[in-house]
Design a protein around this ligand. Sequence first.
Ligand code: FES
Length: 168
Amino acid sequence: MSHAHAEQYAPVFTTGSARRTELDELLTRYPTKMAALLPALWMVQHERGWVSDEAMAEVASVLDLTPAYVKGVVTFYTMYHQHPVGRHFIQICTTSPCNVCGAEAVVDAFLKHTGCFELGQTSPDGKYTVIEVECLGACGFATPIMINEDFIESVTPEKVPEILSGLA
Ligand code: FES
């Protein structure tokens, strides 16, 4: 099989890079290298948008861990993306209390207005990915959503176009 079209992995923590400097600085504040694993994975996700197997191997090597250990952590936390996602990652609570307040209609509105059409799919322009999540801890403000790190409460289907138009 030809790998001519396989994308080359570009390391995040190359010597002298800003991320390497940031990680080295972080390591002086943690008791062990392993303790810096979660922030190191965040850095990767901020740089690349997701955490690939190659990125996990890089983090493992930088922190003297096994790739299997790093993968175990990445797969445990839903905040780490194991596949490429849209620039705006939209999480919508559809747990029962929000569901009875109309969360499904909010999901439908996001799927329609983003062009994703299906949960977990990225829109053709690469801008959006929409997923359902469990309770976001704002049950009195249905429907709460998160777009990347921003939290928005009391979202209704009518508000969706305006929310999307406010995104860069
Ligand atoms: S059930 Fe939706 S935020 Fe708690």
